[in-house]
Ligand binder design. Structure first.
Ligand SMILES: Nc1ncnc2c1ncn2[C@@H]1O[C@H](COP(=O)(O)OP(=O)(O)OP(=O)(O)O)[C@@H](O)[C@H]1O
Ligand SMILES: [Mg+2]
Length: 392
């Protein structure tokens, strides 16, 4: 099956270089590959010494690059959706929804990636992302938006159009006409598709790039935890800029010791993933020849493109008196996890991140009966509500 590899990590750690190395290796294996960047500050062109325009560009056999301009994609490919979605969001009168609008345009990068994936032109798509924070908001956006859409329009349940006259009164806005509502329904389906594609273990791998330094290591662990909160399939870690062991200089010996400590720590925290170590080279990784050094030195494993971690990081199981939901949150602190139950979902809040996990219909009459955080896994139990009969 064709696959998507998403490279994420803190600013400047080497995401673009590592992504480009994978693209080169993949093309050389004879796989039709697209290296695509969602970072507005694109630099794929610089790495390959070309000037890509707004469309896909071939740089060598089996390798195309594409620097997505989401505004251009929005205008050219998805213009009809934009106005309706904006209108829809403006109806949701709370600050969170309004705050979502700035992420709107980047969403079109993901929709574009999904469209290209579906065209089946490429066997592998390597995605070079913007630094962590932006990538996280980007990846969680489709879920958030579709959640709002479903909340305000029972899409797929009652049929959107039935609700229109009612909503008009309630929200005091011009409801989109019938045609527009069809567009909203189509957009909703697209968002659901996109989410499924991004979370499908058989399709998407998320790979984190890091460096052995305190601040970066800390952010890497948080990033991994949030990726798990949203149930993305993180399956490899790349530790970049590792100093050579034989410098023989006191100043660097100190740094070597520090790096070694962080590398060990990372290997421990990410022991379930494949971990790659990349040397610190004596020059910047510009140009194909330099990028190839990573391919030759590090990506020697034949299984670089094989995802070894296919387990779901979130699952419901039946228990004796109800159900249990398990969510992997490696590295989280118990005190920072907040849990709420709504009518149709459970809400998990950690720092600035909030995830609404929809409850299966069967569980909607089961209140949360307990929650426990153990070994990096949050267990939420649901027990059948006691009926009056049972109380008698
Ligand atoms: N292992 C390495 N050895 C030497 N130079 C490196 C190494 N890895 C990355 N670089 C250089 O460091 C700079 C940043 O790397 P890169 O652009 O790949 O990082 P990035 O994570 O994509 O950055 P951004 O967050 O800005 O997109 C580049 O100049 C690159 O050539
Ligand atoms: Mg980059």
């Amino acid at each position: 099956m064709n696959r998507i590899y998403i490279f994420t990590g803190k600013g400047g750690v080497g995401k673009s270089s590592v992504a480009a190395a994978h693209a080169l290796k993949s093309a050389e294996e004879g796989k039709k590959t697209l290296l695509v960047s969602t970072d507005m500050a694109h630099n794929l062109g610089d790495i390959f010494g070309v000037k890509p325009g707004k469309e896909i560009m071939t740089v060598r056999k089996n390798l195309d690059i594409y620097e997505i301009d989401p505004t251009y994609a929005m205008k050219n490919d998805f213009s009809e959706y934009m106005d309706y979605v904006k209108k829809l969001l403006q109806m949701v009168d709370d600050s969170e929804a309004m705050g979502m609008i700035p992420g709107m345009e980047e969403l079109f990068s993901l929709l574009k990636i999904a469209e290209i994936y579906k065209s089946e032109v490429y066997e592998r798509m390597i995605v070079d992302c913007a630094p962590t924070g932006e990538t996280l908001s980007l990846l969680k956006f489709p879920e958030l938006l579709s959640w709002y859409m479903e909340k305000f329009f029972p899409i797929g349940k009652v049929g959107v159009r039935l609700l229109a006259p009612f909503s008009q009164k309630l929200f005091q806005v011009d409801m989109p006409n019938k045609e527009a509502m069809n567009e909203i329904e189509r957009m909703f389906v697209k968002l659901i598709d996109l989410q499924e594609m991004l979370k499908d273990r058989e399709i998407t791998s998320v790979r984190i790039v890091t460096t052995p330094e305190k601040m970066v290591v800390e952010e890497t662990k948080r990033n991994y935890m949030y990726m798990n909160l949203y149930n993305f399939n993180v399956d490899a870690l790349y530790i970049n800029r590792i100093l050579p062991q034989d410098i023989g200089n006191d100043f660097f010996d100190q740094w070597l010791g520090l790096q070694r400590g962080y590398i060990e720590g990372l290997r421990e925290s990410f022991s379930s993933l494949t971990v790659y170590e990349i040397p610190w080279y004596e020059e910047e990784l510009v140009g194909e020849a330099n990028i190839r050094r990573i391919v030759n030195d590090v990506l020697t494993d034949e299984e670089v493109f094989v995802s070894k971690v296919l387990t779901q990081r979130e699952c419901f199981t039946a228990t004796e008196d109800g159900y249990q939901l398990d969510i992997h949150l490696p590295g989280a602190e118990k005190a920072e996890i907040e849990l709420f139950q709504g009518a149709t979902d459970v809400v998990i809040k950690m720092g600035n991140f909030k995830r609404n996990i929809p409850l299966p219909n069967a569980l909607r009459t089961y209140p949360v009966s307990g929650a426990k955080f153990e070994d990096g896994v949050l267990h939420v139990t649901f027990a059948k509500e006691e009926t009056d009969d049972a109380e008698k």
